[in-house]
Write a protein that binds this ligand. Structure first.
Ligand code: TRP
Ligand code: SF4
Length: 348
């Protein structure tokens, strides 16, 4: 190992097994992870057990969904030479640590987590009154603390979970860290998330059916762009518009170069360009971004065993780190596997 690899800070992040990823997943997480590989020692985990916290009734697609996520990671440029990629359920130590952390996590901490309250209120089509769903952030804490991660790149919605992880780490250390802290407190690295609208102008999300997938072929990307909503004030071709209130304008801001952005700004406001032309420029930028990914993905699709082999190699590396942590945890708790002669207490 070169000195630079040993000195690098460690990152862990996770993504649920949702199946194929869309541009929102890319912009909100994956693109950032790809960049982080240059600077950090990275662990990226497909969290299939987390997917079960809401989708427990039908598990027939979980495995395939995990593989699809991993394929998109590889397509987007996560590099198995530099990053450890694995599926959470393949590293059963996560369950063990989750159990131990659950012993010391007060219920009140979990009930106060904003995502818990929101989802209980908003998701009505499944029963989220389960033990596992309440424990979601404890499992997440186990994912992070298992690798003693220094930094966790996440979006704004996950900040409360990382804060909880820090509190759990602190509590663990205060109970059992007699000879030094077992867990470092991980820091949030907030992923800057530009507003990414879907084709209907609402936030891009699988549940809205308004996504552009990383696997969408060029004709599909172009077709989706054609149907995308625009500035509602621009009814006729001769009406001027405003890219700042147009979802297509938002996409330009993320994906287009400054020269195109300038043409859009000037042309839209003066009615010098039409929306069809403007949309075709976004499509150009997207196709340019996606086609190298799709090219990389092809290799794995033609030989799916390749991706599975990468995940297996990742599991091995992850389990090595995980078993070291679990040894530390057991030692700290006085529950190690090694024989110790019974301590005879002096009778008074
Ligand atoms: N809860 C995260 C999400 O919904 C996924 C996740 C699970 C995660 N374990 C993690 C993220 C550990 C960062 C670190 O996006
Ligand atoms: Fe939106 Fe472009 Fe049409 Fe302006 S020209 S309203 S930015 S699609």
């Amino acid at each position: 190992m070169t000195p630079s690899t040993t000195l690098r800070k460690r990152v862990l992040s996770g993504m649920r097994s949702t199946g194929k990823l869309h541009l929102g997943n890319y912009v909100g997480a994956l693109a950032n992870w790809v960049r982080m590989q240059d600077e950090y020692e990275c662990f990226f985990c497909v969290v299939d057990w987390h997917a079960l916290t809401t989708d427990y009734a039908d598990t027939s697609q979980v495995k395939q969904n995990s593989v699809e996520v991993a394929l998109d990671w590889l397509a987007a440029g996560l590099d198995p030479e530099r990053s450890v990629m694995f599926i959470q359920s393949h590293v059963p130590e996560h369950a063990e640590l989750h159990l131990l952390l659950s012993m010391i996590t007060p219920l009140g901490w979990l009930e106060r987590v904003p995502t818990y309250k929101e989802q209980r209120e908003n998701i009505k089509d499944k029963d989220l009154g389960t033990y596992g769903f309440l424990g979601y952030p404890v499992l997440q804490a186990a994912d992070i603390l298992m690798y003693k991660a220094d930094v966790v790149p996440v979006g704004e919605d996950q900040v409360a979970h990382i804060e909880l992880t820090r509190e759990i780490a602190r509590r663990f250390n205060s109970f059992y860290g007699k000879s030094g802290d077992v867990f470092p407190e991980p820091k949030v690295l907030l992923t800057p998330a530009p507003k990414l609208p879907g084709t209907d102008g609402r936030k891009m999300s699988k549940s809205y059916g308004n996504t552009i997938m990383l696997t969408d072929p060029e004709p599909v990307v172009r077709q989706k762009l054609k149907t995308m909503v625009t500035d509602p004030a621009r009814v006729r071709r001769s009406d001027p518009g405003n890219p700042d209130v147009c979802p297509v304008g938002d996409l330009h801001k993320i994906f287009s170069d400054s020269a195109t952005m300038e043409k859009v700004n000037v042309g839209c406001r003066s009615a010098g360009i039409g929306c069809i032309e403007c949309k075709s420029w976004v499509a150009d930028a997207l196709v340019q971004l996606l086609s190298p990914m799709q090219e990389r993905r092809k290799k794995f699709e033609e030989n799916p065993r390749l991706a599975w082999d990468i995940l297996e190699a990742g599991t091995k590396r992850a389990r090595k780190a995980a078993s070291e942590t679990m040894n530390d945890v057991r030692d700290a708790m006085g529950m190690s596997l090694t024989y110790e002669a019974p301590v005879v207490k002096n009778a008074q």
